[in-house]
Design a protein around this ligand. Structure first.
Ligand code: KIV
Ligand code: ZN
Length: 542
């Protein structure tokens, strides 16, 4: 076994899975998570058995600092990483945030390509190298011999190779135990990237772990990551669902399942990932960030294991090997759809949830049980999808100081809708009526009319999506909204998501709107948005 910091070990020859969903993934515009939501995702990443959770960028905001600190203190069996620029103040905040981790992992970076040095940092190559060495040395001194100190050369794939090798050699001499090669703008092509990795491994691979971090701008993030592994990289930086800035990052599930499905291409290079937890992780991240997974997404898309054509169906029935290179069960898709009825007990529900990748007990199990039984009164059949939707809704809970007390709406063919809402804001109930183009628009306008005079802003809807959770006329509707405050405009505006779930789609729409309103309100009353990790200026984002 090889130590990954003091608390965690990886098998010899295995690839270390460094998950950056909570840092790079969360930088996707509109994917902002509260500290509580980040913690929920971190717990799922522990169940998934990633080796490293990159929990955030502590210097970016008080909210991100707090989220990283809590994840460091509250997770075990995993290394917790924090990102920092090579800039006075950043590494100190990062170290402070991860000190409580079982295995702290400091990740410092500086851009090294001439394009970035000249136009962004406005410093020369020598100065960048000096800063890199300075902050790696600091990290090693502060965290001691057992900690992981990682150095990333931002935009490495567009950096002069001789300079890149020199800077890696210098940081390793200063105490870096991992050197990361980011393809920051997704520019690399697999064979070319593999050759770059080989050169880095040849120069520093004996003294440090070589890592890669690939973006997906040309759709090559997974291919580049796998080429890097074949060339000797032993850490891969990935995100759930490939979430991340622009076209995203290499997707954890694709990289892990490629390693697992094609062992002869990656001899003795597995990971310790519990692949049966992949679907639960994907759904949770999608739910909390509001980033829907495309149906044809590899591994976790809704159609990834669906066989539509008759020839394929016939083949799969005769032998699944004909068209399935991995089983749905291996990524956590439950084979059975039979679930809860009115007479089901808690134990049965707990077992079913376990099959679906969730371990619930006590109050959390009771709450899901009550909602599932209530749903069984309204619906003929409570399916896996219904149950997952209920569990996920609990994960997205936000403190609600603004609550919906009641509503009614009338709407008819060709006419406008008229809606009435009563809402309590800090305990005081306000009621109003408004008209709109339809029932949802009318009710949302009524909510706006209550909030504008009481809060000084109203939510501005930037996205509205509705889908049926399962098949059938009695299906639950799940609504996703994204909103910002009317008083908060421009590119840096905080955008939050909200979900609603009900067999009544108007109710689900209102619930989603109010969840978003409470997130925006929470961010406002807590000062500089401390609950939201993703609120950073453009200059601060790597
Ligand atoms: O894409 C990038 O270069 C990064 C680094 C900070 C690793 O995210
Ligand atoms: Zn990145």
């Amino acid at each position: 076994m090889t130590a990954v910091g003091p608390g965690v070990s990886i098998e010899p020859g295995s690839v270390r899975i460094f998950d950056t969903t909570l840092r790079d993934g969360e930088q996707a515009p509109g994917a902002g998570l509260t500290a509580a939501e980040k913690l929920e995702v971190a717990r799922q990443l522990v169940r998934l058995k990633v080796d490293v959770i990159e929990a955030g960028f502590p210097a970016a905001s008080p909210g991100d600092f707090e989220a990283v600190r809590r994840i460091a203190e509250e997770t075990r069996g995993v290394a917790v990483a924090a990102l920092a620029r090579c800039k006075d103040g950043d590494p100190q905040r990062a170290v402070e945030a991860i000190r409580g981790a079982e295995s702290p992992h400091l990740h410092v970076f500086i851009a090294t390509s001439d394009i970035h040095l000249k136009h962004k940092l406005r410093i020369g190559r020598d100065e960048a190298l000096r800063q890199a060495v300075r902050w790696v040395t600091y990290g090693r001194q502060e965290l001691g011999a057992g900690a992981e100190i990682e150095f990333s050369a931002e935009d490495a794939s567009r950096t002069d190779v001789e300079y890149l090798l020199d800077i890696y050699e210098a940081v390793v001499a200063a105490g870096a135990s991992t050197v990361n090669i980011p393809d920051t703008v997704g520019y690399a092509i697999p064979a070319e990237f593999g050759r770059l990795v080989e050169r880095v491994v040849a120069r520093v691979g004996r003294a440090a772990t070589v890592s890669v971090h690939c973006h997906n701008d040309l759709g090559l993030a997974t291919a580049n990551t796998l080429a890097a592994v074949q060339a000797g990289a032993r850490q891969v930086e990935v995100t759930i669902n490939g979430l991340g800035e622009r076209a995203g990052n290499a997707s954890l599930e694709e990289v892990v399942m490629a390693l697992r499905t094609r062992p002869t291409q990656f001899p003795e290079l597995g990971s310790r990932i519990q692949t049966e937890q992949i679907t639960a992780a994907s759904r949770l991240v999608s739910y909390l960030t509001g980033f829907t997974v495309q149906p044809n997404k590899a591994i976790v898309g809704g159609n990834a294991f669906a066989h539509e054509s008759g020839i394929h169906q016939d083949g799969v029935i005769k032998n699944p090997l004909t068209y399935e290179i991995m089983t749905p069960q291996s990524v956590g898709l439950s084979g059975s759809q039979l679930t809860i009825g009115k007479l089901s007990g808690r134990k049965g529900l707990q077992g079913k949830l376990h099959e679906l990748g969730y371990e619930l007990e006590g109050d959390a199990l009771d709450a899901v049980y009550r909602q599932a039984i209530a749903l069984a009164d309204l619906k003929k059949e409570v399916t896996d999808a219904d149950l997952l939707a209920i569990v996920e809704r609990r994960a997205g809970d936000v403190p609600a100081s603004i609550q919906l007390e009641g509503w009614s709406v009338t709407s008819s063919h060709g006419g406008k809708g008229t809606g009435t809402v009563s809402i309590s804001v800090g305990g005081e109930v306000h009621a109003t009526e408004a008209t709109g183009n339809g029932p949802v628009n009318a009710l949302y306008s009524a909510v706006d009319e209550v909030l504008q005079p009481t809060l000084g802003w109203h939510p501005v809807l930037t996205e509205y999506e509705i889908k049926a959770v399962s098949a059938g006329e009695d299906a639950q509707g799940q609504v996703l909204v994204r909103c910002r405050r009317s008083s908060d405009e421009g590119p840096g505006a905080l955008v939050v998501s909200g979900h609603g779930l009900s067999t009544n789609i108007i109710e689900a729409s209102l619930e989603a709107y109010l969840v978003a309103v409470n997130k925006l309100h929470g961010a406002e009353i807590n000062g500089i948005d401390p609950a939201f990790a993703s609120r950073r200026s453009a200059e601060e984002l790597p």
